[in-house]
Design a protein around this ligand. Structure first.
Ligand code: SAH
Length: 342
């Protein structure tokens, strides 16, 4: 709940603040609301508790990769969703899903194989963060959230905006708005509203430098072509804001010198950082990652022209937790109904 709503429910802002502080201090996570919360009168709390509970999923499966990246299969009343915790030395990043499945048809992404199952509610998105956060090592607290799990966040805009608000609200978890990044495959109306209303960060999955090339990879580029997407970023009037441009590299598809040069030219009018991601394989994928050498050459060429650019080497690849690999591959169940082939 947003602080204002919880204040209304509990009849005071102080009680709402105490409740949120309590919730985000719990480790391990409680499975239900407790009988009492310090700072909240028993009568008010009991009445509140009778009206609702915690939307926490069951952890169906937990896979840990050798680099510590952990993939969770979470069960929300029969709907399975994947969430990934990625630890680095000083902080952990939680990668959350915004939909169960996805209705976009990006040819390089495993999640499309699932089709679209349903939208996730804001509370289910926040719950993914809560579950993964509770298991982050103390020296690497969960300070970052990226909406780069299953689904297209801007096809579920209201719930995603609400989840961002909850994640950034005081007193807890109070993530910095710039530490919450919503990644989109380029759904223009959603981008427009997000840039106007949210102070969180935006990542655009560009993945190609010409419309012809991008349409092959991401069919909805026909509706929202590259110039329109980048034009929207250019018009972002929020001060000091940088955007992230994701560029997945595919062997012999978008990894030539000409691609690198076009990418730099497209970035020129923007305040943007480019993240290069080598394609992560999945069974049946028609595409391959370039060699590491080719990737380094591409990176060097972009950087040499003055463009900020990092290579995002994959984390958790061997447990299929890296970008574009989330497909519930190791779950016996797949989605709730008979889609057990998934
Ligand atoms: N739908 C959103 C968020 C989920 S995908 C989006 O498209 O941005 C998160 C990131 O993973 C995107 O940048 C996407 O381009 C990238 N991605 C998808 N499939 C991939 C794959 N097989 N290998 C590497 N990156 C992939």
């Amino acid at each position: 709940m947003l602080l204002g709503e919880l204040s209304d429910e509990l009849g005071s802002r102080t009680r709402a603040l105490e409740t949120l502080k309590w919730l985000f201090a719990q480790r391990p996570l409680p499975t239900s609301l407790p009988d009492a919360v310090p700072g909240v009168s028993q009568k008010v709390w009991s009445a509140f508790r009778a009206r609702g509970g915690l939307t926490l999923p069951q952890v169906k499966e937990r896979q840990v990769s050798s680099d510590g990246t952990t993939k969770y299969a979470l069960d929300f009343g029969g709907t399975l969703v994947e969430t990934v915790r990625i630890p680095t030395e000083r902080r952990s990043t939680i990668c959350v899903s915004s939909q169960a499945g996805c209705s976009r048809r990006c040819v390089f992404c495993a999640t499309k194989e699932l089709g679209f199952h349903r939208q996730l509610k804001a509370e289910e998105i926040v719950a993914q963060y809560l579950v993964a956060r509770a298991e982050a090592p103390p020296e690497a607290p969960a300070r970052n959230v990226v909406f780069m799990g299953m689904g297209e966040p801007f096809d579920n805009l209201d719930e995603v905006m609400r989840a961002v608000e909850v994640l950034t609200q005081a007193p807890a978890p109070q993530l910095k708005a710039t530490s919450v990044t919503v990644s989109t495959s380029g759904v223009l109306p959603g981008m427009r509203r997000f840039l106007a209303e949210s102070s969180a960060s935006l990542a655009l999955s560009l993945n190609a430098t010409t419309d012809a090339q991008r349409e092959q990879l991401m069919p909805h580029n026909k509706t929202w072509p590259i110039a329109a997407l980048l034009g929207e970023l250019q018009q972002d009037t929020r001060p000091h804001r940088e955007h992230f441009i994701e560029y997945v590299l595919f062997d012999r598809v978008n990894d030539t010198d000409a691609d690198a040069d076009r990418l730099v030219a497209l970035m020129k009018p923007l305040r943007a950082r480019v993240n290069l991601i080598p394609h992560n394989p999945f069974p049946g994928s028609p595409l391959k990652a370039p060699s590491d050498e080719r990737l380094r050459q591409f990176h060097a060429r972009v950087v040499a022209k003055g463009q900020l650019c990092l290579v995002r080497w994959p984390r958790g690849r061997e447990i299929a937790a890296a970008c574009g690999q989330l497909v519930l591959a190791n779950s016996a169940q797949g989605f709730e109904t008979p889609r057990s082939a998934v």
